[in-house]
Design a protein around this ligand. Structure first.
Ligand SMILES: Cc1cc2nc3c(=O)[nH]c(=O)nc-3n(C[C@H](O)[C@H](O)[C@H](O)COP(=O)(O)O)c2cc1C
Length: 216
């Protein structure tokens, strides 16, 4: 769960704690249970912009939702502004409230395609992707970051500013580098640096293991 202000642009959140996206877990059943515990915003599982554009059946299944499944975020992974733009167009007419661009996924097959966390190493490409999504989306666009690619390149503050300039409505940040994967301590100071550098809401993610930690 992640802590957040009550609004992302004009989108009112049902609570300050939001449900982090977990691939292969965040399906409709999981989201329904999370909402019953007071989660203020839930995301469908990350989908490939390329898969969406090409009408992949699995991608379609990942987008299953219900009228009670709101507010709902959809997260896209992609490496190319044109493909992201076409994917955003494909989402037109669907019921969802927020579009997130993934610049955080550490998985090798994802970063090898230039998607996910590898976008932290390609700021110009990420800026173009975000600008394209903002231009075409009818809902607020957000971005999910890590603190950097590795400990020698912690650039989340610069990326956060660039994302804000591209028009994102909020920044989600998993407080580990790509090199850390899902282990090691979360760097809350790095998340705070991003928060201090931008005006849009910054939502911290990681190590939410106790009530004391999640209300820091
Ligand atoms: C198995 C697994 C799958 C995940 N899949 C996604 C994903 O598809 N998109 C995303 O933005 N974050 C994903 N995350 C990251 C979480 O949303 C969250 O930011 C991260 O797990 C926070 O760290 P914590 O595990 O210390 O709470 C995933 C995390 C795990 C453990």
């Amino acid at each position: 769960m992640r802590r957040c202000d009550r609004f992302i642009a004009a989108l009112a959140l049902a609570a300050v704690f939001l449900c982090a996206i977990v691939c292969c877990v965040s399906d409709l059943a999981f989201r329904t249970i999370a909402r019953s515990f007071g989660c203020g915003l839930a995301f469908a599982e990350m989908i490939s912009a390329n898969g969406l554009v090409h009408g992949n059946k699995k991608t379609e299944k990942l987008l299953s939702t219900s009228p009670a499944d709101r507010p709902l975020g959809i997260q896209l992974a992609g490496a190319d502004p044109g493909t992201i733009g076409r994917a955003v167009e494909k989402l037109r007419g669907r019921s969802f409230d927020l579009l997130d661009i993934n610049a955080a996924c550490p998985v090798r097959k994802v970063v090898r395609r230039g998607e996910g966390a590898s976008l932290l190493k390609e700021p110009a490409c990420l800026a173009a992707i975000l600008a394209e999504a903002v231009k075409r989306a009818t809902v607020p666009v957000t971005v999910k970051l890590r603190t950097g690619w590795d400990h020698t390149s912690r650039n989340a503050r610069e990326i956060g500013r660039l994302a804000e300039d591209a028009g994102v409505a909020a920044i989600f940040i998993h407080g580990r580098t790509r090199a850390q994967g899902y282990s090691g301590d979360v760097d809350y100071a790095a998340i705070r640096e991003v928060k201090n550098a931008v005006r849009v809401p910054v939502i911290a993610s990681g190590d939410g293991l106790s009530p004391r930690l999640v209300t820091f």
